[in-house]
Design a protein around this ligand. Structure first.
Ligand code: HEM
Length: 228
């Protein structure tokens, strides 16, 4: 088992498994966040965020999520370094252009940009909700349900640059996902030449929904504040 996990395929296996877990998380996260679009009073989003923050099952999943992120990032770095050492010169230009798309050749750079976005994002909301608190969370809080809606929307309404960071973050995440989705199934042995095309299509649909949804929320909040 240890020798499998130390092999290149073992590392790719763990990356794909943790990647699929993160892919599922993103969909759930988007569903909760989309309540911001459907209910401008914020009650729906606040209750959903509170449920996610206090539900015992979700509380068990949270550290698993953190471990998933760490594993994914750690193995991505390790595999990229191993590939560099094994092939310091790189393939001829015409080979790499034919054999793989731009996203697949830049997964480490794309992943690193998503990581930078994630650090900004966690410090914006998660850190305040879980650890430091904020006056905004207290305002209009009902029955111990913190006003996460006010915190999130105040960020987007007050700072254009935050809106831009979130839209760019969603686009970069989307490009990362176009390759990640089918590649994860392929590495886990769950795809063949027939399924590859189908998975690529499902991957594109998933990516458009997830990246489009995450980009739409800050834009929607900012633009509606300018109209109203
Ligand atoms: C419109 C965009 C987004 C909004 C409004 C949003 C909102 C939030 C909020 C309010 C929290 C804190 C939840 C709590 O602790 O109760 C959170 C946590 C988190 N977000 Fe986001 N998020 C967005 C996009 C993203 C994206 C694109 C990613 C991944 C690349 C992401 C990953 C995470 C993670 C890992 C956590 C910590 C785990 C958790 O609390 O569930 N978020 N987000």
């Amino acid at each position: 088992m240890t020798s499998f996990l130390n092999s290149s395929i073992g590392k790719k296996f763990l990356m794909s498994l943790s990647g699929l877990f993160l892919i599922s998380f993103l969909l759930v996260h988007l569903i909760v966040n989309s309540m911001i679009l459907f209910d401008p009073t914020g009650v729906l989003f606040n209750n959903a965020a509170h449920f996610m923050g206090t539900n015992p099952i979700i509380r068990i999943v949270e550290p698993v999520l953190a471990i998933g992120f760490i594993l994914h990032i750690f193995y991505a770095g390790l595999l990229t370094l191993q590939n560099q050492w094994a092939r310091p010169v790189g393939y001829a230009k015409q080979n790499s252009a034919n054999s793989s798309k731009w996203a697949s050749r830049n997964m480490f750079v794309l992943g690193s940009l998503v990581f930078i976005f994630l650090v900004i994002h966690i410090s914006n909301f998660f850190w305040k909700i879980k650890f430091t608190g904020s006056e905004l969370l207290e305002q209009g809080s009902v029955d111990g349900v913190e006003n996460a809606f006010l915190l999130v929307t105040t960020f987007f309404i007050n700072w254009w640059w935050i809106v831009i960071v979130y839209v760019v973050g969603a686009v970069v995440l989307g490009i990362h996902l176009t390759h990640a989705f089918w590649a994860a199934f392929q590495t886990l042995g769950l795809s063949d030449s027939r399924w590859r095309k189908r998975l690529e299509i499902v991957g594109w649909v998933y990516t458009i929904i997830v990246a489009g949804g995450f980009a739409l929320i800050p834009l929607w909040v900012k633009i509606s504040s300018l109209i109203n």
